[in-house]
Design a binder for this molecule. Structure first.
Ligand code: R5P
Length: 286
């Protein structure tokens, strides 16, 4: 039985279809004072798979997830697999300053304590997050799906990582598509400010695809797009796994001359056109 939390109902339905499983009816709502209510409407007698992304509103989606997991635990199910396509709080996976909470670790412990017996996610911000769990963990890469999408629409593009952290993604895609890749260097000045070093790039007349795991404020992408435009790239397309897209991020990106933004459906957004459902289904089947 596939159980979709309110953040991931559509993706849960797609995963249920891929697996030929039933999508469990779910009731979720908010009480007038803001508290969450959930009711699992189906008869869950055997294994359950819970799908819930924990992007904005993170705390609400997490509480809903914990309520679902604890309710399933009270039904004495043997195996409850949890799929969190976008793992919120994943960017604080270490203590940078004394006294800080290692949020990713706290969330991992809470998910496990709530009753998860296996954990699945897509392109965790750091693979090390898996080590915070004692249950089996699976960090699935969405790059093959993104590469397929790009490969069907672009002939010999240049894949560009907007910073060194995104280099493995650019390499993975360029290996799959047998095309070139390059990278820029970025320095984060504050949570919403980044600077990117200009660099000589041979992009004149080329179709370029910027690839990153997350687009949050859009600052990283805007800087990279500006550099590619200054170097006379023919086309600048942006692709990411998790379209977090804070406030007017998409507008900033299009205003910087980006031709298109392509993202997966780990989070719902206007640009979530590549579904990760086949990848999740494949991992769950194993
Ligand atoms: C950074 O480590 C990530 O890979 C992304 O580059 C970052 O989250 C993007 O943030 P923003 O869109 O706010 O520049």
């Amino acid at each position: 039985m596939i159980i979709g939390g309110s953040a991931s109902q559509k993706l849960a339905a797609k995963i249920a279809w891929e697996l030929g499983e039933t999508l469990c009816p779910m009731e979720t709502h908010k009480f007038p004072d803001g508290e969450r209510y959930i009711r699992i409407g189906g008869d869950v007698t055997e294994n359950a798979v819970v799908i819930q992304s924990t992007g904005y509103p993170q705390d609400q989606n997490l509480i809903e997830l914990f309520l679902i997991l604890k309710t399933l635990k009270s039904m004495n199910l043997e195996n409850v697999k949890v799929v969190i396509p976008y793992f919120g709080y994943g960017r604080q996976e270490k203590r940078f300053r004394k006294g800080e909470s290692v949020s990713a670790s706290v969330i991992a412990q809470l998910i496990e304590a709530a009753g998860a017996s296996e954990f699945y996610s897509i392109n965790l911000h750091e693979n090390g997050i898996c080590d915070f769990f004692d249950i089996p963990t699976y960090n699935i890469s969405a790059m093959p799906r993104i590469a397929d999408y790009i490969g069907e629409r672009f002939e010999n593009p240049l894949i560009v990582a907007p910073d060194k952290g995104a280099l493995p993604f650019a390499k993975e895609i360029s290996d799959l598509l047998k095309c070139d890749y390059d990278h820029l260097e970025k320095n984060r000045l504050s949570p919403d400010k980044v600077e990117t070093k200009t660099k000589n790039l041979d992009v004149k007349g080329k179709e370029t695809i910027i690839i990153d795991d997350i687009i949050s404020t859009g600052g990283t992408i805007v800087n990279a797009a500006n550099i590619l435009r200054q170097h006379n790239a023919d086309k600048v397309v942006v692709s990411c796994v998790h379209p977090v897209l804070v406030e007017d991020a998409l507008l900033k990106i299009f205003t910087a001359g980006v031709n298109d933004v392509i993202a997966t459906d780990t989070l719902r957004s206007d640009v979530s056109m590549i579904s990760v459902a086949p990848l999740v289904a494949e991992a769950l089947r194993k």
